[in-house]
Design a protein around this ligand. Sequence first.
Ligand code: PLP
Length: 234
Amino acid sequence: MSSIADNIGSVTRRIQKATLQAGREPGAVQLLAVSKARPPDDLHEAYAAGQRAFGESYLQEALAKIEALADLDGIEWHFIGPVQSNKTRQIASAFSWVHSVDRLKIARRLSEQRDPGMPPLNICLQVNINEEDSKSGSRITELPELVAAIGELPNLKLRGLMAIPDPDQPEAELRTSFRKLANTLKQLKTDYPDAGPLDTLSMGMSGDLDIAIAEGATWVRVGTALFGKRPAKS
Ligand SMILES: *Cc1c(COP(=O)(O)O)cnc(C)c1O
């Protein structure tokens, strides 16, 4: 079995190759190591190999790791799971990024609960790109109003959009989904130039990061290709 350090090397090369092929700037795409369901030792190993940004989906598990790894300089925590309103206070104080904001109520709470002495909390709006009833995320048609309102919140920095298209779709459909997210961000940036940097597309995972990068991803969220198959969540 290959080590986590080896996997970081090969995923990094995959990212570089896709970035180059897309004619994008080297360094335009960042790797978020999705460490949910992984023990702190795995994160230590990734950190030792140079990885700094880690994505977590389950708050209690994440808080335990954040505490256990607090001595690692420059480690950066991203929340990527569904955000319940009774969890916003802890999320606002422990994370640098939240990729999965999908309604105004959550954004307002995160802004109110973020310590103004800390840098603003970076957020992405999660979009239900295929408009599936079962999926979380806001619909594209709801975004203008959300962006306008969130742009006014003082302790948040609106970075962009995130989506989790069904990875089992045929490649052409996945590509269409990623492109739709990229075009949506472009339009929002034009229409709401003061809402925030709107410079971020969080899209692409282990199986489809190459396609996502071709379509403009700036963060790819990668779990399995770095850490191996996740144990079933009990
Ligand atoms: C688990 C997860 C990932 C990582 O998926 P892999 O297929 O293991 O790379 C990415 N994004 C989100 C939101 C996740 O929950």
